[in-house]
Design a protein around this ligand. Sequence first.
Ligand SMILES: O=C(O)CCC(=O)C(=O)O
Length: 277
Amino acid sequence: MNAATPLPVPDYAAPPKLAPTRLLTADQIAFFLQHGYLSVDNVMPVEEIPGVRAIYDRLFNEDRGRTEADLYNLTGAKQQGRKEDVAQILQPGKYAPALLETQMVANLKAMMKQLLGPETRMVGDHAINKPPRNTAATPWHQDEAYWNPAKEYRGLSIWVPLQPATKLNGCMYFVPGSHHFDVIPHRPIDDNPLTPGLEVEPGAFDFGSAVACELPAGGATFHLERTLHYTPVNQSDDYRRAYIAVGTQFERPRKTPRSFTWQERQAAARAPTKPDR
Ligand SMILES: O=C(O)CCC(=O)C(=O)O
């Protein structure tokens, strides 16, 4: 297969070959359903962390030539030859199928079923890598603002840091209870439609009740499709690596249509311009 041939999307929903070695408690499940987020100190064997980290780092460095088509600068327009402020790879499992065979993913698949029901399936993954001393936060947003506005969803993301996650290097913050809101107005980050990332419209929400979730490596936060969340800039001297598994209990066509103007602006900005006559 040559470099230009797109790789097939892996079967994210495939039942794991490994049995889960960690499960959530009834109290953790109840907390998640009440507050729309959850923080857990340990979702994978610590011995597995170095191997997962090695795969992760290869995807952003030595393997860049292969991952380029799915590698974005989340918080700014991508510029040839310039390192990303916040680098994101969509579907890293496509480039490193070994990730999907890990005990980590087997555990996350079991936990998503515990939280949303046995019909819940893993549907994708991504990886967000903040370089040392980067200058960009991942601004406040709801994940559903990125998704197809013609559909309704019940979905969650599980965010696994591969080194300790702290307020200093960019741990997750959540607004408890915000999963009960509708999708609130968003815009492309910095109002630049060439930026793939989104942010809540400035002034549309008061984030004063947000909570920070610091974690050891191999812990995880869990959040629903409408839970407001954010991570600050990485002020540390190391990369802040996070692997994110996404699952849905259902996704189906909405009865009442809606449009996400922020997505339309991004699509228009990406469209090739007509040559002058
Ligand atoms: O890692 C980050 O900076 C943001 C993660 C995030 O927004 C998510 O997992 O939905």
